[in-house]
Every structure is written in structure tokens, then in C-alpha cells.
Design a protein around this ligand. Structure first.
Ligand code: NAD
Length: 316
């Protein structure tokens, strides 16, 4: 099975490497404006293949993405230190208007997986373009808060002394400053978090929750300040989403896709738990009914941030 990655920068190359390590596909094609970089990354990753899984990896042009089951878009400008994801929008929207039609021309049957920031708005833009070509929106997936959810589960798991795989909770909303954690929905071993912490005598009061939430929200800024960009977490998240698609695993992931109506806001793209499988987004868990009042207000506020950014992109 073939996967293509458009944008062979830090995120694209790390994603390709993570795909090789995970061993979920047989062929990877890297496409980048900077052909030399794409070729160098493909060669470097190829040298890891004898130690891992048999995968063909090469650099190419759009014509070479033909037959891909998934096309991952990581191309675009990266966040500069101090820059918000939404400030990146104007630069990356115009890049997407040139990339997405070419992806559709050469790999019409693929699932398009978007990672470039601001990922919510660019996923919506990609779905709009796909619509024009008669491709169903469910075949466009944004990585959304998949990475933030992983960061959150890692931090909470560490605080509780429990493998994060057994901590069930999500980060919802924008992949950005307005994202939030719906604490009322978190369970550990099937037990609501607060009840679990009472039983095990672990302090997870409001101050601890606020600290964890802040660390999740600021993680990208802290990493970018320290080393220029983030790529291991997102590369692993994208390779996991690809695995779910290629193996039709019907996993619940906090990816993003345009939602017809959310808490009174129409046609907006934010992350909620979505059922993902071989055909893309299969269904959405519409959470507002399960959230408490404060959480619903946060979800609505986050959706408003993304909606405004989306509208500003069309107004520009
Ligand atoms: P990078 O600068 O290292 O790589 C970007 C690559 O895109 C470059 O190699 C560049 O040549 C290429 N490119 C630019 N325009 C192109 C075009 N028109 N066609 C083909 N290739 C083109 O940046 P990076 O660190 O890899 O980050 C890439 C994107 O991923 C950024 O927008 C970043 O904010 C985003 N990101 C998202 C998440 C997430 O959770 N969704 C996490 C980390 C980074």
C-alpha cells in the first residue's frame, strides 16, 4: 500500500520515518518544492529500511503519487517562535490552493490527511476544494488535536503513575490556543478521574488540572523555542492515523473535519472524537450534550475562533 507525503521538511520526513518504523505501508513517495531536500530525506530514510520493515521510499513529483491510499500534506511555512498558528494562515492557505488540486488530479481516490497549521482551517479549506471536485468531505482528515490528546494522556498518565493507554480523555476544539480538556469526561480504568483519584489518594485538584492543561497548550511553543520546530510527536500521530486508515481499524481519534452544526455554529472544523477507518471519517461523537456548562462554553468559543479565522481567509 502506497502513502505519499507532500512537504518533506521536518514534519514530512519524520512522518515518513515513523511510517517505516511502524511498518504499515509498502511504498512512500516524498514530494517537495525543494527536490534536493526530498531526495536527501528519502535516501536517508531508505538506509533505515534494512533495520526495520521492507518499504520502498523515493522522492518524486505529483505524477508519482498515483495509486496512493493516503496523501499526507505537511507542506508550508512552519510556525516561527512566538507566532500563533492562526498567524500562519494567509501564507499556508495560498500554498494549499496550489497543492490540493494536484493531489486530487493524481490521487483522486486517496484519503487526504492534513497536518499543516493552522490545521483546522486548512482542513476546512481542503474539504472545500475537495467538494468542488466531487470528493466527499469525509475523505479529508485533519490531524486536529490527535497530538495534543497524546500529550495530555502522557502528562496525566505520568501524574497518576499509570500507562497513558489506560487514561481515557481528549483535548477538544482548535489545535491551538483555544483548545481545552473536558475534565468531566475523563476516566481511568473505567472510573471517572475524580473518583479514581479519591480511591488512590492522588491529588488532582483544580490547580493540578490547570497546570497539566497549560503544559499541553504550551507544549509546541516550548519545543519551538528550544529547537525550532516539533516533529517526533506529530510524525508518530500521523503514522498512527495512516495505520488506522490502511488497516480500517475504526479507531476513535480526535482528528478534525467540517461539522455541519456545533453548539449553534454552522459549518466549522474543530476536533471531536471521530470514528476513523478505511474510508476516512466514518462518524462523529457529538459531545456537547455530554459536556458540563463550562466545557460547552469553551467548545463553542474554540469553534468561534476557528470559524472567524476561516471567514477571514475568504475575506482576504
Ligand atoms: P518545514 O519548513 O521543515 O517543512 C515544510 C516543507 O514544505 C519545506 O520542505 C518546504 O520546501 C515545503 N513546501 C513549501 N511549499 C511547498 C509547496 N507549495 N509544495 C511542496 N512543498 C512545499 O516545516 P515543518 O516543521 O515540517 O512543519 C510543516 C507544517 O506542519 C507547519 O505548518 C507546522 O506548523 C505544521 N505542524 C503541525 C502539527 C500538528 O499537530 N498538526 C505539529 C507540528 C507541525
Amino acid at each position: 500500500m502506497k502513502v505519499s507525503v507532500i512537504g518533506a521538511g521536518d514534519v514530512g520526513a519524520t512522518t515518513a520515518y515513523a511510517l517505516v518504523m511502524r511498518g504499515v505501508c509498502r511504498e512512500i513517495v516524498l514530494v517537495d518544492l525543494n527536490k534536493e531536500r526530498a531526495r536527501a530525506e528519502a535516501d536517508d530514510i531508505l538506509h533505515a529500511v534494512p533495520f526495520t520493515h521492507p518499504v520502498r521510499i523515493s522522492a518524486g513529483d505529483y505524477a508519482d503519487i498515483r495509486g496512493s491510499r493516503v496523501v499526507i500534506i505537511t507542506a508550508g511555512a512552519a510556525q516561527k517562535p512566538g507566532e500563533t498558528r492562526l498567524e500562519l494562515l494567509a501564507r499556508n492557505a495560498s500554498i494549499f490552493r496550489s497543492i490540493v488540486p494536484q493531489v486530487i488530479e493524481y490521487a483522486r481516490d486517496s484519503i487526504i490527511l492534513v497536518a499543516t497549521n493552522p490545521v483546522d482551517v486548512l482542513t476546512h479549506l481542503t474539504a472545500d476544494i475537495a467538494d468542488k471536485y466531487g470528493i466527499h468531505r469525509s475523505r479529508v482528515i485533519g490531524s486536529g488535536t490527535t497530538l495534543d490528546t497524546a500529550r495530555f494522556r502522557a502528562l496525566l498518565g505520568e501524574h497518576l503513575g499509570i500507562d497513558p493507554q489506560h487514561v481515557h480523555g481528549y483535548v477538544l476544539g482548535e489545535h491551538g490556543d483555544s483548545e481545552f480538556i473536558p475534565w468531566s469526561l475523563i476516566t481511568v480504568g473505567g472510573v471517572p478521574l475524580d473518583e479514581f483519584c479519591r480511591q488512590w489518594d492522588i491529588c488532582t485538584d483544580d490547580a493540578v488540572k490547570a497546570m497539566i492543561e497549560q503544559q499541553v497548550r504550551d507544549a509546541a511553543y516550548a519545543i519551538i523555542n528550544g529547537k525550532g520546530s516539533t516533529y517526533y510527536g506529530i510524525g508518530s500521530a500521523l503514522s498512527r492515523i495512516v495505520e488506522v486508515i490502511l488497516r480500517d481499524q475504526r479507531a476513535l481519534l480526535t482528528v478534525c473535519t467540517p461539522i455541519r452544526e456545533l453548539s449553534g455554529i454552522s459549518n466549522v472544523t474543530v476536533s471531536l472524537p471521530h470514528l476513523v477507518g478505511g474510508q476516512g471519517i466514518l462518524d462523529t461523537i457529538l459531545l456537547p450534550l455530554n459536556l458540563d456548562e463550562t466545557e460547552e462554553t469553551k467548545l463553542r468559543a474554540s469553534a468561534e475562533v476557528v470559524k472567524q479565522a476561516y471567514e477571514s481567509m475568504y475575506a482576504a
